[in-house]
Design a protein around this ligand. Structure first.
Ligand SMILES: Nc1ncnc2c1ncn2[C@@H]1O[C@H](COP(=O)(O)OP(=O)(O)OP(=O)(O)O)[C@@H](O)[C@H]1O
Length: 248
């Protein structure tokens, strides 16, 4: 379980996160949603300690991530998997090498064990025969799958996905969403997905936190979001043309 408490952050005197709190449960896909510029990525960066919040704390299973000594923080980092926006693959490495990279950097495993783990993860995302290909030779959806395989290769407790559907067509997006949700349930990871994709919200939103101008102003699930009476959330949800027409 991850708990964030009263996270605030300003840039140049402008508050972009304002006392954001919440809980992300094990085995659940939690979504952080909101319009562009509302602070989603900054919140994710605070949770990963890539940006220091001005105040607040992030607890990983009770461990205060921002206050503990660096050595303990590194232990927690090893328990995290991150799917970066755009995949962030190394263009000069093969698919296999990309997935193996965290094992090379952070473990002392034998080459045989690493190979077994990489092949297991590639198989899990449906790419067991793509290991020798270069990122430039595969589609956007496959790149996301490679990113997911790399994010789970260290068997993380905590999985972070930053805009996992950006640049994908709707059908491929659904497949990536389903894969993230299946992995979350299979391995019991605490999964945090940053998105403004309403398809994701409706299909995998077990828990949804809505940010508006740096504040968390609503929390619920994919059923309750359609019945919201909160003006700001209603505008966000029904800015999706198809949904608005359905409502009409
Ligand atoms: N390093 C920084 N320095 C100054 N301002 C920043 C910095 N990082 C983010 N911001 C500002 O913080 C605000 C929130 O940005 P953030 O990237 O979190 O938005 P977002 O909700 O993730 O948007 P999007 O959906 O477009 O990615 C924006 O106004 C952004 O310009």
């Amino acid at each position: 379980m991850i708990e964030i408490k009263d996270i605030s952050k300003s840039f140049n005197g402008r508050k972009v996160l304002d006392n954001v709190s919440g809980v992300f449960k094990d085995g659940e896909t939690s979504l952080v949603i909101g319009a562009s510029g509302t602070g989603k990525s900054v919140l994710l960066k605070c949770m990963l300690d890539l940006v220091s919040p001005d105040s607040g704390e992030v607890y990983y299973d009770g461990r205060p991530f921002l206050k503990i000594p660096e050595k303990e923080r590194i232990d927690i980092r090893r328990e995290m998997g991150v799917l970066f926006q755009g995949g962030a693959l190394f263009d000069s490495k093969t698919v296999y090498e990309n997935v193996k990279f965290p094992l090379d950097m952070l473990t002392q495993q034998s080459e045989a064990d690493k190979r077994d783990r990489v092949m297991f993860c590639l198989k899990r995302v449906g790419l067991e025969s793509a290991g020798s290909r270069m990122p430039s030779e595969i589609s956007g959806g496959m790149k996301k799958r490679v990113g997911i395989a790399r994010a789970i290769v260290l068997n993380p407790k905590y999985l972070f996905c930053d805009e996992p559907n950006s640049g994908l067509d709707p059908l491929t997006s659904i497949k990536i969403d389903e894969l993230i949700q299946e992995i979350t349930q299979e391995y019991g990871t605490t999964t945090v997905v940053i998105t403004h994709d309403m398809n994701s919200v409706l299909s995998i939103g077990q828990n949804i936190k809505f940010l508006y101008q740096g504040k968390k102003i609503w929390e619920g699930d994919s059923k309750s979001i359609l019945e919201t009476e909160l003006k700001e959330l209603d505008e966000f949800v029904f800015s999706n043309h198809a949904l608005n027409q359905l409502r009409g």
